[in-house]
Design a protein around this ligand. Structure first.
Ligand SMILES: Nc1ncnc2c1ncn2[C@@H]1O[C@H](COP(=O)(O)OP(=O)(O)OP(=O)(O)O)[C@@H](O)[C@H]1O
Length: 247
């Protein structure tokens, strides 16, 4: 399935922004192929902007992305970016994930239909297949959007805060699905404020103020010292509670 460069995806000196405002500055990073990378950083650090550049929907001002592979990346946006009133059922929304491969005229094959059912099943929304998106809870809608991303069978699966506002069970299910997608050969990149999810990834990029602060194994990158620095939190006068990484 995965036709990206064997070494993964290279982000080379990427600067990007909106109108004349540059918000991402000279980011050089490596995203390992067939695995999960988490993007961590405070609000406004540039995580969504980097995802948009990786997705190819935002042209960088300078620099380049190499090794994305020939297939169009799948970009699962924050569920708040999807209008509530979209008149679609869950099954129709997940089916839309097949559109890029089908083109305008080809009807979905049995294989396409089976893939749609499988993706709904993996995200636990099969029993909601006939429900309108607008009638779902936030977590159910989020799981539907992830199912739509998976149904695209991308080389590169990008997700913006896929577990935001979800309960423990739904977070665990999405984390399992992302791990599975990585094992199946997809390169998965997600922006998150969920440190547990970030720590489950194979690789992690820490962004602060539009710049890459650190990259590597999440347990090495997400130290309490590094998190304090990018979040601009002063050193505690007395030793505080241990960080999630225990470092
Ligand atoms: N469409 C846009 N037009 C103009 N500025 C934008 C746009 N999207 C984001 N920005 C600005 O770019 C900067 C980086 O935003 P971005 O959404 O990439 O950060 P983030 O790390 O994803 O934040 P969060 O954790 O809050 O989602 C912010 O200062 C933001 O205000």
């Amino acid at each position: 399935m995965n036709n990206a460069e064997p070494d993964g995806i290279a982000v080379r000196g990427v600067s990007a922004g909106y109108s004349r405002r540059t918000v991402l500055h000279d980011v050089t990073a490596h995203l390992p192929r067939s695995g999960v990378t988490s993007l961590v950083g405070p609000n406004g650090a540039g995580k969504s902007t980097l995802l948009a550049v990786l997705a190819g929907v935002l042209e960088p001002v300078s620099g380049a992305i190499e090794g994305r592979g020939p297939r169009r990346p799948a970009f699962v946006m924050q569920r708040s970016a999807v209008p509530d009133a979209l008149p679609l059922t869950v099954r129709e929304a997940v089916r839309m994930g097949r559109w890029a491969d089908l083109g305008l005229w080809r009807r979905p094959s049995g294989e396409d239909r089976a893939l749609v059912e499988e993706c709904m099943e993996r995200l636990g929304v099969l029993d909601l297949a006939g429900r309108q998106l607008g009638s779902l809870s936030g977590g159910q809608r989020q799981r539907t959007l992830v199912a739509q991303g998976l149904a695209q069978r991308p080389d590169l699966l990008l997700l913006d805060e896929p577990t935001a506002g979800l309960d423990q069970e739904a977070r665990g299910r999405i984390a399992d699905v992302l791990d599975g997608a990585g094992r199946e050969g997809m390169t998965v990149v997600h922006a998150t404020h969920d440190l547990d999810l970030a720590l489950r990834a194979e690789h992690c990029l820490l962004l602060g103020n539009g710049r890459l602060t650190a990259q590597g194994a999440p347990g090495e990158v997400l130290t309490s010292e590094a998190l304090r620095q990018v979040w601009n939190v002063p050193e505690p006068a007395h030793p505080g509670p241990p960080s999630p990484t225990g470092r």
